[in-house]
Design a protein around this ligand. Structure first.
Ligand code: TYD
Length: 210
């Protein structure tokens, strides 16, 4: 690769982006690419400690702005520990959630406002934006079903349906605002089909940097 390639994966809880992301990572490795899979919040030691606070089901009293700041702090640490070094080594970085999650969840669904949340994240990411973002689109029903199969719900998963609808609304606003960067993938079909489609789209992105 001529340079590192930073790609992010987004979607509502239960959309299946993690499965797609991991499936594509395996396939890219089989093709000989140097690729890492990582996730937010967390992904490195300090960032994982922040993740524990964020997703602890006992932290029901957490203020929305505190939540936004903690996600941004975790993002910063993860960027410095994992993403930037990998990009420096010209690797392909597949990151499960990034800035758009904060804009959709904290900015829109929590009602803080996307611009406000963008501001603190600008400070956190310091110009490091993904080249491409894939958004996994499923109906609310499919999302719920997949979340139930997974079991083991975190603090955000336990939010009511209205919250998850707002998250979806937030993502739709982002898709309209960044049509060049955000590519929507229909995640209703089978796992295998979604992985194949993602691989096809990821390869299109990578080709430009080979
Ligand atoms: P996780 O178990 O990793 O969920 P998923 O597999 O769906 O990514 O939990 C991450 C949760 O944190 C998820 O509900 C989305 C939420 N989140 C935010 O609210 N803001 C953010 O900036 C990020 C990165 C995640």
């Amino acid at each position: 690769m001529k340079q590192g390639v930073f790609i992010t994966f987004e979607g509502n809880d239960g959309a299946g982006k993690t499965t797609a992301c991991l499936g594509v990572k395996d396939k890219l490795e089989q093709m000989g690419y140097s690729v890492i899979y990582t996730r937010e919040p967390g992904g490195s030691k300090i960032a994982e400690s922040i993740r524990e606070i964020l997703l602890d089901v006992n932290n029901t009293a957490m203020d929305g702005r505190t939540e936004a700041l903690l996600y941004a702090a975790s993002r910063r640490q993860h960027l410095v520990d994992i993403v930037l070094p990998a990009l420096e080594k010209k690797q392909i970085v597949l990151c499960d959630r990034f800035l758009d999650s904060s804009l959709a969840y904290q900015g829109h669904a929590r009602g803080i406002g996307m611009e406000e949340v963008y501001k603190i994240n600008e400070f956190a990411i310091h110009n490091c934006m993904p080249i491409k973002t894939f958004f996994y689109s499923v109906s609310m029903e499919t999302g719920q079903k997949r979340m139930n199969i997974r079991g083991d719900k975190n603090r955000l998963d336990l939010e009511q349906n209205d919250f998850h609808k707002k998250v979806r609304e937030g993502y739709e606003m982002l898709i309209k605002t960044y049509p060049e960067r955000i590519h929507v993938i229909d995640a209703e079909p089978s796992k295998e089909e979604v992985i194949e489609e993602t691989l096809y789209q990821v390869l299109k992105v990578i080709k430009e940097y080979e």
